[in-house]
Design a protein around this ligand. Structure first.
Ligand SMILES: *Cc1c(COP(=O)(O)O)cnc(C)c1O
Length: 455
């Protein structure tokens, strides 16, 4: 039996050849959701005691499985948050896989971690978080928010002399991402929900919500606040400067969720909207969204990483050796709830080093421009109505006279015709249409083609 750990030139050629083709698809086909019965019958009996010819297995993937995956890197994928990884980042992702990098500790992976930290340094500097700032890459915004708010909770408990299970609260906007509510449930922190003004969390709204707490309610201290730098649905950036000011007055941990919108820091045309982000105690941005990295990659940055380290460092005798406390040492495992981790910041590092930050600025601005042009196209059509001027790259609009079923049927028609993948969303209780742009190859031509189907 040939060992499965031996290099097999034919297998390597097969896979490299497949990847070459996938990388060259232009355009990437959107494809369709699959049907479980069909997929099950294709997969039936495939995994058993004996293996199969890799060509056969790959062709099952190519002919059946991959076609039942909607390609989020298609320029016609405009739902949720699309993806548009650079070719350099995709290719380097394969290097990360082939090198079996265990990105847990400086002892094991200092070379990889130094490069990841170079990217975190860039992001921290763009936000203006100061020379001490640092953190690690995690799987996504959800993991970043969770890891940051655990630090917020435990730092406050220690500062206030509370016990490890004493209740605390964190202020969140009614517009915060679902992962924030999820996080608070997981970590046993009660939210203080602050009413947004025009879908934006403001300093005055936060101040008023805190002032309105009566003596009874104030017995559980509010120890942090979460602001969003770019809501996922509408791309609205909270009043970061105003919220930061209240956070300073009240000694609240200030967390900024920029999972989607944080990439706007690269764009001079919107940079001023992020003023105040420099005061963040923790900040999350997902490069797998609008910074053109492959899944799964989120950057988590703390203003004072020592606080995070004191909370997240795991104590296990077999790990003692990675905590030597030398000045160089930087263990990504100490800055989030994870232990083993893929060096998932490296594809972004490679692509940034190859293309330079200016290319990123241009690519982010391209999506912002497209959003503004789309708003203008919508305004020109009598049957359509823009819901609000886009702040970032998401555009909300309505087709006059349509109800939820009309939008759903339209969305299904678009996908069936492979014109686009555009799913409806909710806005103030109404079903509306939404475009989320970020792929630099999405054009006004594609947008017009879609709008034409709404006449
Ligand atoms: C996407 C998103 C998240 C969740 O990020 P994942 O990478 O999907 O875990 C959190 N917050 C905001 C604002 C987002 O847009």
């Amino acid at each position: 039996m040939a060992s499965m750990h031996d290099y097999d030139a034919e297998l390597a050629d097969l896979i490299f050849g497949y990847m070459r083709e996938r990388l060259q698809l232009n355009p990437v086909p959107l494809d369709h959701p699959g049907r479980k019965d069909k997929l099950d019958s294709v997969l039936a009996g495939l995994i058993g005691p004996e293996g199969h010819d890799p060509r056969r297995v790959l062709s099952i993937y190519d002919d059946h499985l991959s076609q039942a995956v909607i390609s989020c890197d298609s320029p016609r994928f405009l739902s949720f948050i699309p993806a548009a990884p650079t070719k350099a980042a995709l290719l380097f992702d394969m290097v990360v896989s082939c090198a079996s990098l265990q990105g847990i500790s400086w002892l094991e992976a200092s070379g990889a971690i130094a490069a990841e930290n170079q990217v975190l340094r860039l992001l921290a500097d763009m936000a203006g978080m100061g020379p001490q700032a640092g953190g690690c890459f995690v799987t996504g915004g959800s993991a970043g928010n969770l890891s940051a708010l655990v630090v917020a909770r435990d730092v406050a408990r220690r500062r206030l002399g509370l016990g490890a299970y004493d209740p605390v609260r964190i202020a969140v906007s009614d517009q915060a991402h679902s992962s924030i509510g999820n996080t608070l449930r997981i970590i046993g922190v009660e939210p203080l929900v602050v009413r947004s003004e025009d879908h934006r969390l403001t300093g005055s709204g936060l101040r008023a919500a805190l002032a309105a707490l009566d003596a009874e309610e104030s017995r559980i201290p509010v120890i942090g606040v979460v602001a969003t730098a770019g809501t996922t649905n509408a791309g609205i950036i909270d009043d970061l400067a105003g919220v930061a000011e209240v956070a300073r007055e009240r000694e609240l941990w200030f967390h900024v969720d920029g999972a989607y919108g944080g990439a706007g820091l690269f764009a001079p045309s919107v940079r001023a909207r992020y003023d105040g982000i420099e005061h963040a105690d923790s900040f999350v941005v997902d490069p797998h969204k609008w910074l053109f990295a492959p899944f799964d990659c989120a950057a988590l940055v703390y203003k004072n990483p020592k606080l995070a380290k004191a909370v997240h460092t795991q104590d296990a005798s077999y790990l003692d050796v990675i905590h030597m406390d030398t000045p160089d040492e930087w263990n990504p495992t100490d800055y989030a709830y994870h232990l083993t981790r893929r060096a998932r910041g490296l594809p972004l590092w490679f692509s940034l080093a190859v293309h330079g930050t200016q290319a990123y600025t241009e690519a982010v601005e391209t999506a912002l421009t497209l959003a503004r042009e789309t708003a203008a196209l919508i305004a020109k059509r009598p049957e359509l109505e823009l819901i609000r001027e886009p702040e970032l790259s998401s555009v909300l609009f309505r087709r006059k006279g349509w109800n939820a079923e009309d939008y759903q049927a339209w969305s299904e028609r678009l996908l069936a015709g492979q014109i686009a993948f555009v799913t409806p969303t909710g806005w103030e209780g109404e079903t509306v249409a939404r475009f989320a742009f970020l792929h630099p190859h999405t054009t006004t031509g594609i947008v017009e083609e879609i709008l034409e189907t709404m006449v």
